[in-house]
Design a protein around this ligand. Structure first.
Ligand code: ADP
Ligand code: MG
Ligand code: ZN
Length: 471
């Protein structure tokens, strides 16, 4: 018999906020030192009250807008009760009754062209801490406790491992470019729900849920393993499939049962009485929409129209730093393709020398557009522009300052230029003759000689004019 794979995903993403979801401690990756970002509220001291971080709501709504969701104007938090050493309050604050976003849609590439994956909901919740097991002891680090998460839940719409991978890559690009999350170093984690059913049938099969995987490679391997386990179980009566929670073991490449599937009732959910419902009014929603990054599809189309290559688009889209800078520099009046070259070739070149990458680029759009404009308007030559960019990236020297101190901007007296022009003409009589006999290209050679003599100083427009006159 032929089987069809059915997969639904629950993806947890740690949000890019400065602080945690219900207190002022530092957010994701704020400290390497264990238990460094901890306060009485997030480590569960009795009586401490949570206060919702406004930025979390804004990022969750932004994510919902990017995934074409309905945004709930009334949203609430619930307590999900369970005991575990990495959960100091013995409950997790999450959303059950009124999640912030519902009914989304995301288009992904599949073996059969584009397909729509329905998003059931996006809800906000706090992360748990981390347990570190060392021999006889287990240590607990509460830095991650209460770091904000969104959980994106899809309908069971995936039909192949490839579709899942395409979806995850797209989600990652979107969230990175939208400033939602870097989606790296454990900031993006997936629960994969898998079942199989005889091809052509409608009813969903018994599912297993593989919990908490952050490496894309593991996710793919786990899916392949699990599909085969389900098919074998049905085909050869090897085992009875039960709805359960499983883990993937990276060493063996196999999944193993962790516990029976828990249900919502097991968690004794109830509305968190310490947190007010949140109302999102028109004004706030409009404000969030106005700041919403262009959705990735739109952005890709726009880049294509601007003549940016597919390879460059891939690099740009996954770097929030690069897309933001590019868009601001273009908004300041620079050409998109030219700007892409300055970012991906020149700036990346300088960064690589210092062992850094594109995401370490910390220059303002104002400074970069100043350099690009000086070069395209021939106020300085390209090499001086590159040197100014290197000074800006490596030492934070502003382009204006650099150009002044390097003497490129030296207001050359027109007599200085005239002297050089006359010298070049007298030194290159053969080229001058060629030019006068109609070889227009010879002019470029003379102009080049003047520029070399002036070592990049002087306005090329002025030099050109003076050379023409003197010829
Ligand atoms: P729960 O709250 O019990 O985890 P949900 O209904 O929220 O259950 O579903 C969780 C995830 O499992 C969703 O992504 C959903 O699409 C997926 N899912 C549900 N049933 C199946 C199934 N039979 N096969 C594959 N995925 C499923
Ligand atoms: Mg679940
Ligand atoms: Zn705290």
């Amino acid at each position: 018999m032929k089987y069809e794979t059915v997969i639904g995903l629950e993806t947890h993403v740690e949000l890019n906020t400065k602080s945690k979801i219900f207190c002022a401690c530092g957010g994701h990756g704020a400290s390497e030192e264990p238990n460094d970002c901890v306060c009485p509220a997030c480590c569960g001291m009795p009586g401490m009250l949570p206060v919702t971080n406004k930025r979390v709501i804004e990022l969750a709504v932004t994510a919902g807008l990017m995934l074409n969701c309905d945004i709930s104007r009334y949203t609430t938090f619930d307590k999900k009760n369970y005991y575990y050493p990495d959960l100091p309050c013995a409950y997790q604050i999450t959303q059950l009754n009124h999640p912030i976003c519902t009914n989304g849609l995301v288009s992904i590439k599949s073996e059969e062209g584009n397909r729509d994956i329905r998003i059931k909901q996006i809800h906000m919740e706090e992360d748990a801490g981390k347990l570190i097991h060392e021999g006889k002891y287990s240590l607990v680090d509460f830095n991650r406790t209460s770091v904000p998460l969104i959980e994106v839940v899809t309908q069971p719409d995936f039909r192949s491992p490839q579709e899942v991978m395409n979806y995850l890559n797209k989600l990652k690009s979107m969230f990175r470019s939208g400033g939602i999350s870097e989606c790296e170093n454990g900031a993006m984690r997936c629960d994969v729900n898998i079942s199989v059913r005889p091809e052509g049938t409608e009813e969903l099969g018994v599912r297993s849920e593989i919990k908490n995987m952050s490496s894309f490679e593991s996710i793919e391997k786990a899916i392949y393993y699990e599909i085969q386990r389900h098919i074998d179980a049905l085909e050869y009566d090897l085992e009875e499939l039960v709805q359960e929670t499983r883990r993937f073991d990276e060493k063996t490449g196999k999944t193993f049962a962790m516990r029976d599937k828990e249900t919502a009732a097991d968690y004794r959910y109830f509305p968190d009485p310490n947190l007010m419902p949140i109302l999102i009014d028109d004004e706030w929603l409009e404000q969030i929409m106005a700041n919403k990054p262009v959705a990735v599809d739109e952005r890709i189309d726009y880049y294509r129209e601007s003549g940016i290559s597919e390879e460059e688009i891939t690099v740009l889209i996954s770097s929030q730093t690069a897309t933001k800078l590019l868009e601001e520099v273009v908004a300041a009046g620079c050409d998109a393709r030219e700007t892409v070259k300055w970012i991906l070739i020149e700036a990346v070149g300088v960064l690589r020398k210092g062992g850094k990458g594109l995401d370490d680029l910390q220059i303002s759009a104002e400074d970069l557009s100043a350099i690009i404009k000086m070069v395209t308007e021939s106020k300085i030559n390209r090499n001086s522009g590159k040197a100014a960019l290197a000074a800006l990236i490596e030492e934070g020297i502003s382009p204006e300052e650099y150009i002044k101190s390097a003497g490129i901007d030296r207001k050359l007296d027109s007599s200085d230029i005239l002297a050089v022009v006359q010298k070049v003409i007298s030194d290159n009589q053969d080229i001058v003759e060629a030019y006068k006999s109609g070889k227009t290209k010879a002019f470029q050679a003379l102009l080049g000689a003047c520029m070399r003599e002036l070592k990049g100083a002087g306005n090329p427009g002025v030099i050109k004019e003076m050379l023409e006159k003197n010829l």
